[in-house]
Design a binder for this molecule. Structure first.
Ligand SMILES: [Zn+2]
Length: 291
């Protein structure tokens, strides 16, 4: 670590440079498409991806990067900008999520790792933490919420209990000695199932009610579907199976082919794709083809 005075000087220097217009990117941005898609800022060494972003209007989004002083450092390091057009917003969102996950760009801050992805599954007893690496979340019933870790899942359950005065003992969050009420019931934070103020059945119903908004929807089709997006003559069919994005194709035939080829690959449930696709698939707000 540099001495404080030196660090200050460097920060001043950086702040001064913030206002330098990244001239070297001007032409690239003028040439950028106006439609939807994904863009990549490439750095010096080995064309390394520095940042991957998406927009329904690529050129306007790039211009807004130039107006963001916090991004000056990234823009100075950028040597080249590349684009992949998509026919709409869903395609841009899916492709961006896929590319960020595959390429780990330096300046994309969100870590999108799926290894620990878990959910709460209701059992006869209480909600258990289950992992996407063990079961397919797309077809498993009674899943509530998507969490980045076991810790996050249990925190969410605890928050739900606090909000609805549910008993930590009944939820498996706390081990109660037989016949003993929990501490929270004494201070009015548990409605008292543990001391007979409420039946276990009533408690369970309240728990299920409180979980409802978190429910993970099962994949509603027997197989793959294509989500159709169009921008003028440009058509894309996004191939989706079990909430997994398998790629995009220009025609129904190519989409079927893609779906067949991808069937060999074990695509894992992915929280990003699920969040992007949930509304368009469940509300059929876009054209959906059975493949
Ligand atoms: Zn209690």
């Amino acid at each position: 670590m540099a001495p404080l005075s030196q660090r200050h000087r460097r920060e001043d220097f950086e702040a001064h440079r913030v206002y330098e217009y990244p001239q070297h990117l001007r032409q690239a941005i003028e040439d950028a498409p106006t439609g939807a898609g994904v863009y990549t800022f490439h750095g010096q060494e080995g064309d390394l991806p520095l940042y991957i972003g998406k927009s329904i209007h690529i050129r306007a989004r790039l211009l807004s990067h130039l107006r963001t002083p916090d991004e000056a450092r990234m823009l100075r390091q950028t040597q080249r900008i590349s684009y992949i057009r998509t026919a709409g917003e869903i395609g841009a969102l899916l492709l961006e999520a896929q590319m960020v996950k595959a390429q780990h760009p330096l300046f994309n801050q969100k870590l999108r790792r799926n290894q620990q992805l878990c959910s709460l599954q209701m059992t006869a007893q209480w909600p258990q933490v289950v992992y996407a690496r063990d079961i397919d979340f797309a077809c498993e019933p009674e899943l509530y919420g998507l969490y980045a870790s076991r810790h996050a899942a249990l925190e969410a359950l605890r928050a739900l209990a606090d909000q609805h005065k549910l008993c930590y003992g009944q939820l498996g969050l706390e081990k109660l000695p037989a016949g003993k009420a929990c501490f929270r019931s004494a201070i009015g934070q548990c409605a008292g199932v543990c001391r007979g103020d409420e039946s276990p059945q009533a408690h369970r119903e309240r728990l299920l009610g409180s979980l409802l908004a978190l429910r993970v929807a099962c994949w509603p089709y027997p197989g793959a579907v294509g989500l159709v997006e169009r921008d003028g003559d440009f058509t894309q069919i996004h191939v989706i199976r079990h909430w997994c994005y398998l790629g995009s194709a220009p025609s129904v035939e190519a989409a079927r082919q893609l779906s067949r080829n991808a069937s060999q690959v074990a695509a894992h449930f992915d929280a990003d794709s699920y969040k992007i696709l949930c509304r368009p698939v469940l509300t059929a707000s876009v054209e959906i083809l059975r493949l």
